[in-house]
Design a protein around this ligand. Sequence first.
Ligand SMILES: Nc1ncnc2c1ncn2[C@@H]1O[C@H](COP(=O)(O)OP(=O)(O)O)[C@@H](O)[C@H]1O
Ligand SMILES: [Mg+2]
Length: 253
Amino acid sequence: MAPAIDISGVSVRFMSERAAVTALEDVSFTVDQAGFLTLLGPSGCGKSTLLRVVADIITPSSGQVRVLGGTADAARRQREIGFVFQDATLLPWRNVIDNVRLPLQIGGNPRKGARSPEELLKLVGLAGWERAFPHELSGGMRQRVSIARALLGDPKILLMDEPFGALDEITRDRLNDELLQIWRETGTTILFVTHAIHEAAYLGQRVMVLAARPGRVREIVPVDLPEPRQLAMRDTAEFGALAGRLRTVLENC
Ligand SMILES: Nc1ncnc2c1ncn2[C@@H]1O[C@H](COP(=O)(O)OP(=O)(O)O)[C@@H](O)[C@H]1O
Ligand SMILES: [Mg+2]
């Protein structure tokens, strides 16, 4: 089976009025289908740019991008990619179920056999909230709605750009666990951006540490924690050692 994501020697340069910025330089990595890779790095190291390259929003200046064995463009057109941002970006005048349905109304027919909006809301723990409006929801609940919306059509790949970065720690912990459950249940390939060391280590099968200026891969660190993960693991010596290792890699960026 082809990797879900296969990035090889990718560089992205932006030209602004004042200067040229190398957002990514010679980035290579793969993610297997149903894999979970977290991207960890300081602000400005090209994390969002990298997700946009995979989603075919940005075309790299050089290098190769393969998604599900084909081009990123083909994967986008087959709607194999879901995207979740830090801000839930829900439409305030639409209720929860209509927000989840939105991509269908823009993008055409539902895929045969794909989970319905109702099923997706159940998957993210929001059964019973279909008719609520965004202002009635907490930040964590809004983010759950945006995950459900991103999963509409059962895309094979979910790109998440600091999705829990604006949430309080307790809510973030809970959503981390729920996301792992969703991942196991759906078999979706996940590429997850964060600048929180603990979150990166807890979620990923591997953590790709990026350095800034220019954005490049510093190291890909395997995570050898028992599965399924449990929050209490974060109090173990193994987890502490892993977090320490990631911190060291980041400090030497
Ligand atoms: N559209 C753009 N035009 C010009 N420069 C950009 C653009 N997008 C990102 N950059 C620059 O590329 C670098 C990486 O940005 P970004 O991918 O947003 O980093 P991160 O998500 O890790 O914070 C930054 O220096 C940023 O200013
Ligand atoms: Mg970013």
